[in-house]
Design a protein around this ligand. Structure first.
Ligand code: VGL
Ligand code: ZN
Length: 203
């Protein structure tokens, strides 16, 4: 069975010092590199927003970061400005061995809609094309790692399971935002979807 490794959003803005930092986000880089070295199919995702993106609180009158709001008809968290296309914050953490990637998938490019999952945008119906890519390469199982465990990693893992892949999340190669119960909710959603959560990272 061919397994793909999906490394989610391991970008400067999600690491300490970035615009939407995840505690210890950079600490996963060495393990992620080891996993990349061993994987057969390697996907990196990159959160890649236009400056006017609807997920940014600053683009909503009177809203503050981490308030909830509507983006493209979907209720979600409104975020600080992050991962703006072409900025340093949107670049991968410099320690990530990006040369190993088979495919770099950019998501959240539509200003009117957010995309947590690497498979579908947040309207839950617009595909990114990743499912077709993986299927045409004969992938049946996926391992998901990266940032943030409770948002884009969980959304990617749940969608992969829904599409019929056997899915494991390697938790030691993830870090979470963990605000307002987001991590507990994400774990419940992954459990319900049949995602396996592993602590150690051996492929
Ligand atoms: C993410 C919030 C906003 C993530 C992306 O990668 O988990 N979280 N955009
Ligand atoms: Zn984003």
């Amino acid at each position: 069975m061919t397994e793909a490794l999906i490394v989610v959003d391991l970008q400067n803005d999600f690491c300490p010092g970035g615009a939407l930092p995840v505690d210890d986000g950079d600490a996963i880089v060495p393990l992620v590199n080891r996993l990349l070295a061993q994987a057969k199919v390697r996907i990196l995702t990159q959160d890649w927003h236009p400056p006017q993106h609807g997920s940014f609180a600053i683009n909503h009158p009177a809203a503050h970061p981490f308030d909830r709001g509507m983006v493209g008809g979907v209720e979600q968290v409104l975020w600080p400005v992050h991962c703006v296309q072409g900025t340093n914050g949107a670049e991968f953490h410099p320690g990530v061995e990006t040369d190993r990637a088979d495919l770099i998938l950019r998501k959240g490019r539509d200003g009117a809609l957010d995309s947590y999952s690497a498979f579908f945008e947040n309207d839950r119906v617009t595909p990114t094309g990743l499912d077709g890519y993986l299927r045409s390469r004969g992938v049946e199982t996926v391992a998901v790692v990266g940032l943030a465990l409770d948002f884009c990693v969980a959304a990617t893992a749940v969608d992969a399971a829904g599409l019929g892949y056997l899915v494991r999340v390697i938790e030691s190669a993830c870090r979470a935002i963990d605000r307002d119960g987001s991590l507990t909710a994400a774990r419940a959603a992954m459990d319900k979807a049949g995602v396996t959560i592993e602590r150690e990272g051996d492929l």
